[in-house]
Ligand binder design. Structure first.
Ligand code: NAP
Length: 503
């Protein structure tokens, strides 16, 4: 099915154009023109979102669950068109787009069942104690309430699951918050068709048109206006450390600061413990290569660093090198991301003490794997080598002994994930590493690779800065809804006027 984008924004239920346009840069296929957002359009979308909050924010859980299910159905109804334009714009294979669509509708339906269940409201009740001495206790009830309009920045690397109808939008809708999405310029047509699906669901469910707006382009001025708009109460973001930090600082500097839930960079270290390496080091090296190169390494959970004892490094690095050398070049999401990857490989390659295990030639929008090795001593002394290079770049960090491995673990900044590859004989070292790793990462894994993030109740996709700007939150899994809720205590409020969920 061919989908030809019209290139307009969706502001409070109307598709509107702007005077200025930008042209998409698809990896293959036809480029299209898209309207560039303006600050006036941001204002209109945010004001409509606030208007919508007075109904959507007070809708029943059943109504919102029906809305989430309707979005999932509308996305499925556009399945082939989404796959075709998504693959053309991003260069990701069709199978990946199909899988990501499944994940996207799956998480919409998961949030629908999560709010139907109602446990997320965290309802508490301390009944009145009128005879308590020396003072009586009033009746106290607590419940989570939606916070108001939310801005979501679509991510470049997940055109569906972390974009217009992705997890941030789904969790904000589930909470009862209207959403204004800033689409990512890497996939504007995919964004537009996802916005059409949400728009259709808004109409089907008879919701206020300001419940959802969608703006594309317009550069940093539009992003800045969105996060600074006084009616916006929180922001969800996935992207670069630099962009995320700039937007976080704007949120903090507002007259009324608001939370900025940014999911930023991570190198996702893996610790290869000695007994596991003795038994299956070659398999771990090959598995690492597969995880590192998947999707041209454009995953926030890409395992960029492997820490290993220096006398065991040779076999693992050779297995990884051999597997990676067969990968070849893959097209990246944008020219800018490809250029950033090429600069990153150069930065790593020029760092003191770094040995090249595998180098490649990348041109234009292509990436091929790189593999480097450095001693723990040289790694700890050089910050550059712990900064995320988005793409299929791996670094082996060698430790002189177990204590050195612990020192390396302590030197990491905040991470989305940290992994232990271990066998039963590694338990003692693993026990010493675990308390360090759980301070560093939102998710600690054993004997697996961190790419492939399960969408479920127990998932944490977040972590200490710079993995995310808010370590108490996750952007994947049902707990993501908490970002868009706040607790309200109702003291002595008569039953008849309490919110229905508290009666
Ligand atoms: P990005 O540059 O951070 O952009 C993400 C979004 O934020 C875009 O909509 C962008 O708008 C906006 N933005 C960025 N800086 C801004 C500012 N100062 N003021 C207002 N708005 C701003 O991320 P990207 O384009 O997705 O990719 C660039 C790099 O980000 C990659 O090379 C990679 O290193 C990293 N990245 C990391 C992850 C991860 O999960 N760890 C995921 C994706 C990307 P414009 O399009 O108008 O600039």
């Amino acid at each position: 099915m061919i989908f030809t984008p019209h290139g307009k924004h969706l502001i409070a239920g109307d598709w509107v154009a702007s005077a200025e346009t930008f042209r998409s840069q698809p990896a293959q296929g036809t480029a299209h023109d898209f309207s560039s957002g303006t600050v006036d359009q941001v204002n209109a979308a945010c004001e409509a979102a606030e208007d919508a909050f007075w109904t959507f924010g007070y809708s029943t859980r059943a109504e919102r669950a029906t809305f989430l299910d309707a979005i999932a159905e509308e996305i499925e109804a556009r399945a082939d068109a989404i796959t075709a334009i998504g693959s053309s714009e991003t260069g990701l294979p069709e199978a990946r787009l199909q899988g990501e669509r499944g994940r996207t509708v799956g998480q919409l339906r998961l949030f629908a069942s999560h709010i139907r269940d109602g446990a997320y409201l965290d309802r508490r009740h301390d009944a009145a104690l009128p005879d308590r001495q020396p003072l009586p206790r009033p009746d106290l009830r607590l419940m989570q309430r939606p916070i108001g309009p939310v801005v979501v920045f679509g991510a470049s690397n997940f055109p569906l699951a972390f974009s217009v109808a992705g997890g941030d939008t789904a969790s904000a809708f589930a909470a009862g918050c209207p959403v204004v999405v800033r689409g990512h310029a890497a996939h504007p047509g995919t964004g537009e068709i996802a916005a059409e699906a949400i728009h259709a669901a808004v109409k089907r469910c008879g919701l206020h048109p300001g419940t959802f707006s969608f703006i594309q382009g317009g550069g940093n001025a539009v992003g800045a206006a969105l996060v600074q708009h006084p009616l916006v109460k929180a922001v969800g973001f996935t992207g670069s450390l630099g962009g995320g930090r700039a937007l976080f600082d704007l949120c903090a500097a507002r007259p009324e600061p608001i939370p900025f839930f940014g999911e930023l960079g991570s190198v996702n270290p893996m610790f290869l413990l000695p007994e596991a390496v003795k038994g299956r080091g070659v398999d771990i090296g090959k598995g690492w290569a597969g995880s590192l190169a998947m999707g041209a390494g454009q995953f926030c959970t890409n395992p960029g660093i492997a820490v290993i004892l220096e006398d065991q490094a040779e076999a693992v690095s050779e297995a990884a090198r051999e597997a990676l050398s067969g990968v070849g070049t893959q097209v990246m999401l944008t020219d800018g991301i490809a250029a950033a990857y090429q600069a990153g490989t150069q930065r790593y390659g020029e760092a003191p003490g770094v040995r090249e295990i595998l180098t490649s030639t990348c041109d234009r929008r292509n990436a091929a794997p790189f593999l480097y090795l450095v001693s723990g001593r040289d790694w700890i002394g050089n910050h550059v080598l712990s900064e995320e290079v988005f793409g299929p770049l791996g670094l082996i960090v060698t430790a002189a002994d177990a204590d050195d491995m612990l020192a390396i673990a302590r030197s990491f900044a905040g991470q989305l994930t940290a992994t232990l590859h271990m066998d039963a004989g590694d338990a003692e070292l693993a026990r010493r590493l675990l308390p360090i790793l759980e301070r560093k990462a939102g998710r600690v894994l054993a004997n697996a690779f961190p790419t492939g993030v399960e969408v479920c109740d127990s998932m944490v996709h977040g972590g200490p800065y710079p993995a995310s700007t808010n370590f108490g939150a996750t952007s994947v899994g049902t707990m993501a809804i908490r970002r868009f809720l706040r607790p309200v205590c109702y003291q002595g409020i008569p039953e008849a006027i309490l919110p229905e969920d508290l009666r």
